[in-house]
Design a protein around this ligand. Structure first.
Ligand code: SF4
Ligand code: SF4
Length: 241
C-alpha cells in the first residue's frame, strides 16, 4: 500500500485501520507514510475508503509484495490451493476428509496475528525444527509450496525477511512421534519474534480418549478440546481404512 505524498494532508483518518501499525505520521512533513517493511499488503486500510483525498492507493505489487498479500488479504486466493487467506483447508473437518488416519495426528502451527504478523524466517524455524522429527508436510498448504526441500522444511532464501499477517506450518505425524514434534516446537518457541497457536487433530479412541490431547499435556501444552460436527452438511463421514 502507498500514500501519495503530494495528495496526503496528514489528517490521520486512515491510521486506525491498519492492524500492523504500518501507517506512520511524519511530524515534520505533517503527512502520513506507509512503512513498507511493516505493511503486509492486507488491504484493510483501503476497504473503509477513509481517504477522501485519493492519497491512499494499492500500488502494483512485485512478486515479494504479492506473497505478502496472499498470506494477509483474505480476499486474495493462493495459486497453490485456490483457498483465500492463509490458504489451508480446515483440519477441523477431519471426520469428513479423513485426512489424518488412526495412529496419526495432524498439527498446524499458526504463526502471527494482527498486530504482530510473522516473518518467513520464523516460519522456517518451526518447519525445520519439526522436519527433523520426520513429519510429512501437508502438500496443499501454501507454506509447503514455499519450501525448497520438504524433507528439511527449508524455505526459499529470498522470502525469509518478508512479513505477513499469519502463516501456517501444517503436517501429519505418526502419533508415536507427536511428543517429539511438539517438543521441537516448544524448544524453538523462544527464538520466535511472534506469537503462535497450535491446532491438533486426531481420531478418538473407542473409549473416547483423545491421544493427541494426552500427549500435548505431557509435553506441557494446555489443549482445549473442540469438536466440529458436520452432520447435515451433505458430506459423508470418511471411511476408516
Ligand atoms: S486519510 Fe488520506 S489524506 Fe488523511 S492521512 Fe491518510 S492518506 Fe493522508
Ligand atoms: S495494507 Fe494492511 S498492513 Fe499495509 S498499511 Fe494497509 S492496513 Fe496496514
Amino acid at each position: 500500500m502507498i500514500i501519495d505524498q503530494e495528495k496526503c494532508i496528514g489528517c490521520k483518518l486512515c491510521q486506525p485501520y491498519c492492524p500492523m501499525g504500518a501507517i506512520e505520521y511524519l511530524e515534520e512533513e505533517k503527512k502520513c507514510r506507509i512503512n513498507l517493511d511493516e505493511c503486509v499488503e492486507c488491504g484493510i486500510c483501503l476497504r473503509p475508503d477513509p481517504c477522501k483525498k485519493g492519497a491512499l492507493y494499492q500500488q502494483e505489487l512485485d512478486e515479494l509484495r504479492l506473497l505478502r498479500q496472499v498470506f494477509s488479504n483474505p480476499l486474495v486466493p493462493h495459486k497453490t490451493t485456490s483457498v483465500p487467506g492463509r490458504g489451508t483447508e480446515e483440519m477441523k473437518t477431519n471426520d469428513v476428509t479423513g485426512r489424518f488416519k488412526r495412529g496419526h495426528a495432524g498439527v498446524a502451527c499458526e504463526l502471527g496475528r494482527p498486530g504482530t504478523g510473522t516473518r518467513f524466517k520464523d516460519v522456517e524455524k518451526v518447519a525445520m525444527a519439526v522436519a527433523k522429527v520426520g513429519v510429512t508436510f501437508e502438500p496443499h498448504n501454501p507454506v509447503t509450496a514455499l519450501m525448497v526441500d520438504n524433507t528439511t522444511g527449508k524455505l526459499k532464501d529470498e522470502i525469509l525477511n518478508e512479513k505477513v499477517l499469519s502463516a501456517i506450518v501444517e503436517f501429519d505425524v505418526e502419533i508415536g512421534k507427536l511428543s517429539e514434534a511438539l517438543t521441537a516446537i516448544k524448544n524453538v518457541a523462544p527464538e520466535l519474534d511472534t506469537v503462535f497457536s497450535l491446532d491438533l487433530a486426531c481420531r478418538c479412541e473407542p473409549d473416547n480418549s483423545v491421544p493427541a490431547e494426552e500427549i500435548a499435556r505431557s509435553v506441557g501444552f494446555r489443549p482445549s478440546i473442540n469438536g466440529k460436527t458436520n452432520v447435515g452438511l451433505g458430506r459423508p463421514l470418511a471411511e476408516e481404512e
